[in-house]
Write a protein that binds this ligand. Structure first.
Ligand code: FMN
Length: 430
């Protein structure tokens, strides 16, 4: 599936093509129908509901952790627009005494710049450049934010997910600061369980790309060790805090980063996570994959900058398609729920992530482009982006899914059909 066997554009037969053009035009000036999944299911026989980890979500698209999930008004707008989930900004873990070994990541953002970037193959795209890192207010403020965000999310059936970064030893010999894991996971669980006493808490663990430029990231053995140990520590912390089993208390998602090594190492990271999961002690889901890192690029006096755009999705999709090939060949010990992130800015890219088994997609950059980049003339950027991503007649996700539906000759297409099955035979059939 590495070349995806896809045409440049999904060619649809009439009157389906006209229906899509008319919806796209109509919603340029009107609010999107809510709930979105129900509209798309009735009108096109496509079910856009999905699962994140194993939580049902009302739309497969959500917001990725970052500068757009730091304030309650942002979370509220995500719910109003109909996003399936929102991952909150990463908080830097601390122990019971307030000590943070990763404090260097807790600096306020000075300025964010949304700028054009050209991929290696000449494709034009967008990247966001900035020098900030994790949540920079207090941990108590994060807990209050998480609490209120859950309330807002539940009013709109939107899953709200916290994200953490905790101590990572600089070498395999250094001791882990388990207290950071215990305190942070325990406090987050108190908040979560007030709202959802019978549900495990989903949690993303962020291995930031900034890390990819530090000396730490030069050590492959060390990185693989992090991937093995972090899920165990989070689970132990959850068990200790709740007195329940790990399965009952938490779902740990590892947000894999793009290291400075070759693509094979990316695959090794994913295989390591799957191997550990097969043993029963690893992550519960994977988020793939955080931004690329250019150690030589400078911004505001800082050397070494994370970036996104076309090269990010190209690299992510290359690695994920290799993983998918291994999956269908039976060469993997198990499979985990996958959430795709990285330059999801049109339906073609979204469709490719789905074909690689991603059951949800997380967006940051495409939600913050200049208004002139979206065809929709009303609503906020989240709504405008969803309109484009879903309904764009030539390259929107609905167009791609309709194209596949026609090819596969099925009445209804669901996200789980898409991600649980090898489509190469159907895609390669003329
Ligand atoms: C300004 C900015 C801040 C970010 N902050 C975080 C963060 O705190 N935690 C995290 O896990 N990812 C963070 N990310 C990464 C995004 O969540 C996302 O995975 C990545 O940007 C790829 O998606 P995109 O191409 O849609 O932006 C950040 C990205 C940007 C652009």
């Amino acid at each position: 599936m590495s070349d995806f066997l896809l045409p440049n554009k999904p060619v649809l037969t009439n009157p389906l093509a006209q229906k899509l053009v008319s919806d796209f035009e109509k919603f340029r000036f009107e609010p999107l129908p809510q709930p979105l999944w129900s509209f798309v299911l009735e009108r096109y026989g496509i079910d856009l509901r999905s699962t994140y980890a194993d939580f049902p979500v009302s739309l497969l698209i959500g917001k990725a952790s970052g500068q757009l999930s730091m304030e309650l008004h942002q979370v509220r707008k995500d719910g109003q627009a109909g996003l399936g989930f929102c991952v909150l900004k990463t908080v830097i873990a601390q122990d019971a005494k307030g000590f943070q070994s990763m404090q260097a990541w807790s600096i306020p953002v000075t300025r964010m710049k949304v700028e054009r970037i050209r991929g290696q193959d000449g494709t034009e795209g967008w990247t966001v450049t900035w020098v900030g890192r994790g949540w920079h207010k207090s941990f108590e403020a994060y807990l209050r934010f998480f609490d209120k965000a859950i309330t807002i999310g539940s009013e709109r059936s939107m899953l709200v997910v916290p994200s953490i970064k905790a101590h990572l030893p600089a070498s395999v010999d250094e001791e882990w600061r388990i207290g950071e894991y215990e305190f942070t996971v325990g406090e987050l669980l108190k908040v979560w369980r007030r709202h959802n006493p019978n549900l495990p808490m989903p949690l993303e663990f962020d291995f930031s790309p900034t890390l990819a430029g530090s000396d730490y990231a030069r050590q492959r053995e060390n990185i693989l060790n992090w991937l093995i140990v972090v899920p165990k520590l989070v689970k132990q912390a959850a068990e200790k805090a709740t007195g329940l089993s790990a399965r009952e208390s938490v779902r740990v998602g590892i947000k894999v980063f793009n290291a400075l090594f070759e693509d094979d190492f990316q695959l090794t990271m994913l295989q390591t996570l799957l191997k550990e999961a097969a043993k029963g002690s690893g992550a519960d889901f994977i988020v793939y994959a955080n931004r690329l890192f250019d150690p030589n690029r400078e911004y505001e006096g800082v050397k070494g900058i994370a970036y996104g755009g076309p090269d990010l999705s190209a690299r992510n999709l290359l690695v994920l398609s290799q993983l998918t090939n291994m999956r269908w060949r039976g060469a993997l010990p198990t499979w985990l729920p996958l959430s795709g992130t990285g330059n999801v800015c049109d339906g073609g890219i979204a469709f490719r992530y789905l074909l690689c088994g991603c059951s949800t997609l997380q967006i940051h950059t495409f939600f913050q482009l200049p208004l002139s980049c979206y065809a929709k003339r009303t609503g906020d950027k989240i709504e405008r982006a969803l309109h484009q991503l879903l309904f764009e007649p030539d390259n929107g996700l609905v167009a791609w899914l309709l194209w596949l539906k026609e090819k596969a000759k099925v009445e209804t297409l669901t996200v789980s059909d898409l991600t649980q099955r090898d489509w190469s035979a159907i895609l390669s059939a003329g």
